[in-house]
Design a protein around this ligand. Structure first.
Ligand code: HEC
Length: 129
């Protein structure tokens, strides 16, 4: 009787020790800043990022720093998130652009569909601070 109580106590002890870390992980995930989590939860974020990563964009653009091209966070801060921005910037990605951010021009990406270019812009606009 005593022996089985002891085994039961050990079993409860092991259970009690092994379960709290999982609860902590959950708490940590919930502590991620609400705004970022919202942007990344948007399906446009992953879809647009996949297209940007597949193309040559990151050779000239960084997320938060000026490179050959402007930082994506700076582009996101400059324009409102609406259909006319999506369409205007998608047009520039496809046809190329110059004179807005400095001397360096952005070369055209003529093989991109308008739909894919809009999806890329939606991702960039989700990088607003
Ligand atoms: C060879 C370098 C280069 C590559 C590759 C490149 N960009 Fe750019 N991008 C630039 C430069 C330079 C500018 C600034 C042009 C200007 O001043 O008007 C720019 C500007 C932009 C802008 C802002 C346009 C505006 O008028 O405000 C967006 C959005 C953008 N790029 C997205 C992309 C995407 C998406 C890709 C990948 C498909 C891409 N870029 C690939 C160099 C590049």
């Amino acid at each position: 009787m005593k022996k089985s109580l002891l085994i039961a106590a050990i079993a409860v002890g092991i259970f009690a020790c092994s379960s709290p870390p999982k609860q902590n992980e959950k708490t940590d995930a919930a502590a991620v800043p609400e705004k970022k989590a919202t942007a990344m939860d948007n399906p446009d974020y992953d879809k647009g990022l996949a297209l940007v990563a597949k193309s040559d964009c990151f050779t000239c653009h960084k997320l938060n720093e000026q490179s050959t091209g402007p930082a994506y966070s700076a582009v996101a801060a400059k324009y409102p998130s609406n259909d006319s921005t999506y369409s205007m910037l998608a047009g520039k990605i496809i046809k190329g652009g110059s004179g807005v951010w400095g001397e360096a021009p952005m070369p055209p990406h003529a093989s991109l569909s308008k739909e894919d270019a809009v999806q890329m812009v939606k991702y960039i606009m989700l990088l607003k601070e």
